[in-house]
Design a protein around this ligand. Structure first.
Ligand code: GLU
Length: 418
């Protein structure tokens, strides 16, 4: 990568890390070409009449990257910046993520380039149903199983499941992250945030961190960021700053993570939360803390702002939040980075549990879900850390990617694909 800008794309970020790991493993160029490209890419037109009376045409994408280890799996995001390259990159990230977690899925991602946060509920429903209607042929519980991602949630999954069911009969296992009332799994909504906290707990002793002395900053107080903050708070950590796309706050004495989550769920902006000082997004990065959790969009920590960070650990809740140059700057500063591809796997791990429960028509209680999630997250972390010790000088990120790539290659070879 020649130069690093604030706008380094998810595509560049993910491909860069893939190459670092593939170099380390000595993966030959012909095999790399297979792993870089996707098995199937679907692009569809989504015309919807909005409340302004006009038809707006959005583009929808579903990219199935690699299915050597099992059915394709990955979320669907609704965001104006969604494009084919971004979805490709995020689909490949899912391939490595499921492999690192050791769950039997391949990788996929989907998205629609609509501004979901500005649309009415009925408009989001129309887009969700239309998108499902156009991609259903490549989906199914043994083919490809979507889930929520940026600006989508359990309600969107319910509409999509319902639309799929009109054609195929009731099929809960075709999407995960559904509402509890429609065969969703207990613990799924909080799972990505909870997974981050399990990794904090794993990493903390070797870094000399204890919860009562851990200050947390969360960039992006959405599903992932808010649940991570709430569960960290339950452990005894203190949330000292938080942001959403429209502003940021800090309060050194501690922000009540539950109250802030309620405020946001009720439609409030983070910056309007009472009792905290409003700060700029740059100031948020510079707030002194032990744990910084990026849980917004890709590329938000980049060459121009990485130096501002004032933390011991970064646990990546978002997908590809850190550009390659930022990763180098932070590593030089001695910041310990727990990478997205392992850190935020909690969501897809509990998606796996949801899918397994749906296939059995059986439900586990929340405790069982959380315990099993903890076991998988800890195992992945320990396996990746062990690799960094065997292969001295490798970061957790490169070790994690390398482990994922190896597992996918092993499955592909055993099937006779390569
Ligand atoms: N969208 C989440 C992710 O990026 C979850 C995907 C899933 O549950 O399939 O990992």
């Amino acid at each position: 990568m020649a130069d690093d800008r604030a706008e380094v794309s998810n595509f560049e970020i993910v491909n860069h890390y893939f190459d670092l790991a593939a170099d380390r493993l000595g993966v030959p160029e012909d095999i790399r070409a297979v792993l870089r490209s996707a098995y199937r890419e679907v692009q569809v037109q989504i015309p919807v009449r909005l409340s302004d009376g006009k038809i707006h045409v959005y583009s929808g994408y579903r990219v199935q990257h690699n299915g050597a280890r099992g059915p394709y799996k990955g979320g669907i995001r609704f965001h104006p910046e969604v494009d084919l390259d971004e979805v490709r990159a995020l689909a490949s990230l899912m391939t490595w993520k499921t492999a690192i977690a050791g769950i039997p899925f391949g990788g996929a991602k989907g998205g629609v380039n609509c501004p979901a946060d500005e649309l009415e509920r009925s408009e989001v429903q129309a887009i969700s149903r239309s998108f499902m209607d156009k991609i259903e042929k490549v989906l199914g519980p043994t083919r490809d199983i979507p889930a929520p991602d940026v600006n989508t949630n359990a309600q969107v999954m319910a509409w999509m499941m319902d639309e799929y069911g009109k054609l195929h009969g009731h099929t809960p296992a075709v999407v995960t992250g559904k509402p509890i009332s429609l065969e969703g799994s207990y613990g799924r909504e909080a799972a990505t945030g909870r997974g981050l906290v399990y990794l904090y707990r794993e990493a903390a002793p070797s870094l000399g961190l204890t919860p009562s002395e851990t200050r947390v900053v969360v960039q992006g107080y959405g599903n992932v960021g808010s649940w991570a903050a709430r569960i960290m708070q339950q452990l005894g950590c203190r949330l000292v700053a938080a942001s959403d796309a429209r502003g940021a706050i800090r309060h050194d004495g501690g922000i009540d993570a539950d109250a802030l989550a309620e405020h946001v769920a009720a439609g409030g902006r983070v910056a309007e939360f009472p009792g905290a000082e409003e700060i700029s997004p740059e100031e948020l990065l510079a707030v002194e803390c032990e744990v910084f959790i990026p849980a917004a969009l890709g590329g938000m920590i980049h060459a121009q702002n990485a130096d501002l960070l004032n933390c011991r650990v970064i646990i990546e809740g978002a997908n590809s939040p850190t550009t390659p140059r930022a990763d180098e700057i932070l590593t030089e500063k001695g910041v310990f980075i727990v990478p997205d591809v392992m850190a935020n796997a909690g969501g897809v791990v509990v998606s796996y549990f949801e899918w397994a429960q749906n296939l059995q028509h059986f439900r586990w209680d929340e405790r069982e879900v959380n315990d099993k999630l903890g076991t998988i997250m800890r195992r992945a972390y320990r396996e990746v850390v062990a690799r960094t010790k065997e292969d001295e000088g490798t970061s957790l990120r490169v070790a994690a990617y390398a482990m994922g790539i190896e597992r996918v290659l092993e499955a592909a070879r055993t099937r006779g694909y390569i």
